[in-house]
Design a binder for this molecule. Structure first.
Ligand code: SF4
Length: 398
C-alpha cells in the first residue's frame, strides 16, 4: 500500500473506533460477547457432526448441498453451475476471495459483477486491488482517488463526492445485473439444525442476488453453529464490532428456494426468489487448523488496533484475511511458506488483537505456535536460519 493510502486507512480506522466506543460499553453487547464466545468455542469442536446435520437439513429444506475439500474442488463445483453463463454477480465474501474466484472467472471468460460498493471500487482499480478491511475494502482510498478510478473505468466523469459516486456505481451495477441469472454470496453464519444461512449487509445487494434464478452460497465449515438463535447472536456481535451499529440494515435468513402455497395450499416453487439455492460448504484446511483459529467471527476489529497492520496495511495478511489472524489462517488454508510470505515473522506478538477481539482469539499465541512449528520443519525465513547458525557456531549473529 502507498503511504497516502495507509494514511487514509488509519484515519478511517480512527473514525470506526470513535463510532463504536459507546456500543462496546453497552451491557447488552458485553453479555452477547460472552454468549458468542461460548457458541464459537463449542461449535468448532463439533464441525464434522454439524456438517452432516447441515447436509441433511439443507436437503430437507429443498436446497442442494455440496462439499468441497479444497479450493480447487470448490472452484470446479462453482464452474459446473455457471459454465453456460457469460456474466454472474457476487457480494462481498472473504471465502470467495480465498478461492480467488475473481481471477478464476477472468480465465474462464465469465464476467463478474461485484455488487458491494467497496468491492466494486476495488474491482475497478487497475493496480493493487487488495482490500484493506474485511467490511470496508476501500477504506484506504480517498474520495478524489475513488472518483478518478470510477471516472476512468466507467468512462463517465464523476465528481469527488460520495453520493455522486454511489449513485453512478449503483446505476452501473443495476444495469449489469439485468443480464445476470446467478448470484454468488458467502454467509456470515450457518445454522446446522435449521438448515439456514444467515447473511448480513447494509446495501441490500445480497437481497438482490438471492432473487436471481440461482443463488450459490459458498461458506466455510467454521461458520457452522447449531441453531438459528446462535447464528443470529454471532452476526449481531459481528456487526457491532465491525461497524459500531447494533444491527445491520439487513439480516437475510435463507432456508430454502422461493415458494408459495397461497392457492388451495398447493405448493408452488419459483415465485420471486431463487428457484435453486446451492450451498457449497468448504473445508480447505480448516479442520486441520488450530481450534482457536476458527473462533473468529470476521469483524475486522483486530486489524484496526494492530500496530503492524497500521504501518504495513494489507501486506500483513492473506488475501481477504487481513492482519495476524489472516496470516495464521494462511498456514492452514495454504502452507507454511505462504504464512511466512503473508507476515508470520512481521508480528510483534504484542497481543493487542486479542484484547480487541470479541471472542478473544489468541492470535499472538497461535503465531508463536506456528513459528515454532515452521522452525522445526525448516521453514523459517533464510535470514533467521543464517543468524541462528552463526550464533551456534561463533556465538555471534554476524
Ligand atoms: S480474530 Fe477476533 S477481532 Fe479479528 S476478525 Fe476475528 S473475531 Fe474479529
Amino acid at each position: 500500500m502507498k503511504e497516502n493510502e495507509l494514511k487514509t486507512m488509519r484515519s478511517s480506522f480512527k473514525l470506526m473506533e470513535e463510532r463504536r466506543i459507546d456500543l462496546m460499553q453497552d451491557p447488552r453487547i458485553i453479555k452477547l460477547q460472552e454468549r458468542v464466545k461460548n457458541i464459537r468455542k463449542e461449535s468448532v469442536k463439533k464441525i464434522p457432526a454439524m456438517v452432516e446435520t447441515a447436509r441433511e437439513n439443507f436437503k430437507n429444506n429443498g436446497m442442494e448441498f455440496l462439499y468441497a475439500e479444497d479450493s480447487h474442488q470448490a472452484l470446479d463445483l462453482i464452474y459446473d453451475l455457471i459454465k453456460n453463463e457469460k456474466i454472474v454477480a457476487k457480494s462481498k465474501s472473504n471465502t470467495l476471495n480465498e478461492l480467488g474466484l475473481s481471477d478464476y472467472l477472468k480465465k474462464k471468460k465469465i464476467h463478474l459483477v461485484e455488487t458491494d460498493l467497496g468491492d466494486r471500487i476495488i474491482q475497478l482499480k487497475v493496480d493493487d486491488n487488495k482490500p484493506s478491511h474485511p467490511i470496508g475494502p476501500a477504506l484506504h482510498l480517498k474520495v478524489d482517488k475513488i472518483a478518478e478510478i470510477i471516472s476512468e473505468s466507467l468512462k463517465v466523469k464523476v465528481k469527488a463526492d460520495p453520493r455522486a459516486i454511489m449513485e453512478l456505481v449503483r446505476s452501473n451495477v443495476l444495469e449489469e445485473l439485468k443480464s445476470c441469472k446467478i448470484g454468488i454470496t458467502g454467509a456470515n453464519s450457518v445454522a446446522a439444525e435449521d438448515g439456514s444461512l444467515i447473511m448480513v449487509h447494509n446495501e441490500g445487494n445480497i437481497s438482490l442476488l438471492s432473487l436471481m434464478d440461482t443463488h450459490i452460497v459458498v461458506v466455510g465449515v467454521d461458520k457452522l453453529v447449531e441453531t438459528i438463535e446462535d447464528a443470529i447472536s454471532v452476526v449481531k456481535l459481528e456487526t457491532a464490532y465491525a461497524t459500531g451499529t447494533a444491527l445491520p440494515s439487513y439480516i437475510n435468513v435463507i432456508s430454502g428456494p422461493s415458494k408459495t402455497a397461497d392457492i388451495e395450499k398447493k405448493l408452488l416453487e419459483d415465485m420471486y426468489g431463487a428457484r435453486k439455492v446451492v450451498v457449497i460448504m468448504l473445508d480447505n484446511g480448516r479442520q486441520e487448523a488450530l481450534e482457536e483459529c476458527l473462533w473468529c467471527i470476521g469483524c475486522g476489529s483486530c486489524i484496526v488496533s494492530c500496530p503492524v497492520y497500521n504501518v504495513l496495511g494489507n501486506e500483513f495478511g492473506y488475501r481477504g484475511y487481513l492482519g495476524g489472524r489472516g496470516v495464521a489462517m494462511s498456514r492452514f488454508l495454504q502452507d507454511e511458506e505462504t504464512s511466512i510470505s503473508s507476515g508470520l515473522y512481521m508480528c510483534t506478538l504484542c497481543g493487542l488483537c486479542t484484547l480487541e477481539c470479541p471472542v478473544k482469539t489468541p492470535t499472538n499465541e497461535i503465531m508463536e505456535k506456528i513459528r515454532k512449528e515452521s522452525k522445526n520443519t525448516g521453514f523459517s525465513p533464510k535470514e533467521h536460519l543464517k543468524i541462528f547458525k552463526s550464533i551456534k557456531k561463533k556465538g555471534s549473529p554476524f
